[in-house]
Design a protein around this ligand. Structure first.
Ligand SMILES: Cc1cc2nc3c(=O)[nH]c(=O)nc-3n(C[C@H](O)[C@H](O)[C@H](O)COP(=O)(O)OP(=O)(O)OC[C@H]3O[C@@H](n4cnc5c(N)ncnc54)[C@H](O)[C@@H]3O)c2cc1C
Length: 518
């Protein structure tokens, strides 16, 4: 028998398991010696009242044990003669597609343009410290994809609970802390993610999958509207009846290749803006009413949204206690994004602050065709690269100067290692965007006192929020009109984050299994 109860504990009590189980038993009206097992299923922070509390959902087991997750490996059924499928891209969509193919008895062959997670670190250091951007190995490209050196937030707006739980359990099986199974806002941290990704790779290889690094796919082999395989930059050919294309939102060369080969794609609206960085203590003051956080309270976060001229302006990928990082994928551009370590203990809080831009606005700005949105995105990123010294220094302003189109005489301290310099961001961004962002910042500041402040920097540009291109697929078969091509993940326009990309990978792998069984 199971008893489900909800209790609230103070932050200083959250690590006291004896107290928590006693409180849960009291609430359920049972004595502690009658229970066989117990677990916290959900944990969230409630900062609305005078006393901040953790709200816990607890299951007490009487006369039965809790069921432990089954290892994903028990479901693998691949043997030497299994059919193979190609996967291009080793991001969350690619790796979870590979695991799901193994479950379906299909051997995945993964091609990744970048390096393994360990080797990738050196290229991230080169961007941060020497402004050298390797177009194949950076914050977006390489094993684990864009999610690896990120914040590792694991939330999604999707409500497919079963799949979410399965993905979280697979991550735990590969080294993530069990906390992610119960936290309302699970988070891994960029210091822990690489180890987990490496363990996923070992599982895929151990059960018959192949993973090729430095395999930059540059061409498709097509015959009679059938995709028969792909060719990499070294001219090596890889063939299979199905190819899962999971190359992410930054693979501009792949979008250009698709367009060149007249493989159907569409311009997709996306969101663009800046990254805002506050002192973490300011956000804690707003959210917890404490500048010095009490014991066991994590760095606080926010999610804000407002409407300006009926268009949404919203925060995106907030990183409490995090760092702003240079996320360019080619030399000559400036792109910023956010990440954090598992402890989220930097003195800064950053988040994307963006607004949607639709196809017609982009057309009015002079960009046309299926690659219009990509070209617009690229042009804005290149316009940000104007410091003249070739560095990855990013243009920035104090928030109150940004909204008043005024150049800041100096900037606040920042976590961004390559450095910031004052620049007229309000002019570098298209006016329609900077106007909307400015009014959005002021509007949020009226609702959330302390948000709109000269103590915050506004940094350009947050442009890789989602893909500027959609690669169409049939809603049932998930196949593109080009036979054998299965567009997948964020780059194809079907995901927006680590979890949703992983779920799309699983879904597409199942679709490949159906295609093979027909
Ligand atoms: C700095 C940063 C922080 C982020 N923080 C979070 C977060 O906290 N939580 C969250 O949910 N999301 C976060 N995101 C977004 C998240 O990482 C993406 O949504 C997710 O990784 C998309 O998964 P994907 O597999 O579809 O594509 P990607 O992760 O982009 O993977 C695509 C892969 O394809 C490879 N590739 C591209 N072109 C080729 C080619 N021609 N040949 C071979 N391989 C190729 C790339 O190298 C890459 O490894 C963050 C992103 C960044 C950049």
């Amino acid at each position: 028998m199971k008893h489900e109860v909800e209790i609230a504990v103070k932050p200083k009590e959250i690590k006291d398991n004896d107290l928590i189980v006693r409180m849960a038993c009291d609430k359920a009206g049972i004595t502690i010696d009658t229970i066989d097992d117990w677990e916290i299923n959900k944990q969230s922070i409630d900062a609305r009242g005078r006393q901040i509390v953790y709200r816990l959902k607890i299951t007490l087991y009487i006369g039965e044990e809790r069921q432990l997750p089954v290892s994903i490996k028990e479901a693998f059924s691949v043997h030497a003669k299994s059919k193979t499928a190609l996967i291009i891209g080793a991001g969350p969509a690619g790796y979870f597609a590979a695991l799901q193919l193994l479950k379906q008895g299909i051997r995945p062959i993964l091609l990744e343009r970048g390096k393994d997670v360990q080797a990738r670190r050196r290229d991230l250091k080169a961007i941060q410290q020497d402004a050298r951007v390797n177009p194949h190995s950076n914050y977006c490209f390489g094993e684990g994809g864009a999610g690896t050196y990120s914040d590792g937030k694991l939330y999604t707006r999707s409500h497919k609970r079963g799949n979410i739980q399965e993905i979280l359990e697979i991550l735990v099986e590969h080294g993530a802390k069990t906390d992610i199974l119960k936290d309302a806002h699970p988070h891994i941290g960029s210091n822990k993610l690489p180890g987990i990704i490496a363990n996923l790779r070992k599982t895929i290889e151990e059960y018959g999958g192949e993973i090729h690094f430095d395999a930059f796919v540059t061409d498709f082999m097509i015959s009679n509207n059938n995709l028969e395989g792909v060719i990499d930059a070294q001219g090596k050919q890889y063939k299979a009846d199905a190819t899962i294309l999971a190359t992410g939102h930054s693979a501009r060369d792949i979008f250009r290749l698709l367009d060149e080969k007249q493989i159907e794609i569409e311009a997709k609206p996306f969101a663009i803006g800046v990254r805002i960085e506050h002192p973490q203590s300011e956000i804690d003051h707003i959210q917890y009413r404490q500048r010095q956080r009490e014991e066991n309270l994590p760095a606080s976060s926010y999610r804000v949204v407002t409407q300006v001229d009926d268009v949404g302006v919203f925060s995106f990928c907030m990183c409490p206690g995090g760092l702003i990082v240079p996320a360019a994928t080619a030399p000559g551009e400036i792109v910023v994004n956010g990440m954090s370590l598992s402890r989220r203990d930097s003195p800064y809080a950053n988040s994307g602050f963006v607004t949607a831009i639709d196809n017609s606005t982009i057309n009015q700005l002079g960009y046309r065709g299926k690659l219009a949105n990509l070209q617009f995105q690229e042009a804005v990123e290149q316009a940000m690269f104007q410091n003249g010294d070739g560095s990855q220094q990013a243009p920035a302003l104090r928030m109150t100067d940004f909204t008043q189109s005024r150049l800041s005489s100096d900037l606040n301290a920042s976590s961004y290692i390559p450095g910031l310099y004052p620049a007229p961001l309000y002019d570098i961004l298209p006016q329609v965007i900077s106007d909307r962002l400015s009014r959005g910042m002021e509007a949020i500041g009226r609702k959330m006192k302390g948000f709109y402040t000269r103590e915050a920097n506004v940094v350009g540009v947050e442009s890789r929020t989602s893909s500027p291109v959609r690669i169409p697929r049939d809603p049932q078969t998930l196949m593109h009109p080009l036979h054998g091509l299965f567009p997948c993940g964020e780059g194809a326009g079907y995901a927006g984050g680590i979890l949703s990309a992983a779920m799309d990978g699983q879904r597409v792998a199942d679709a490949v299994a159906v295609y093979y069984s027909a």
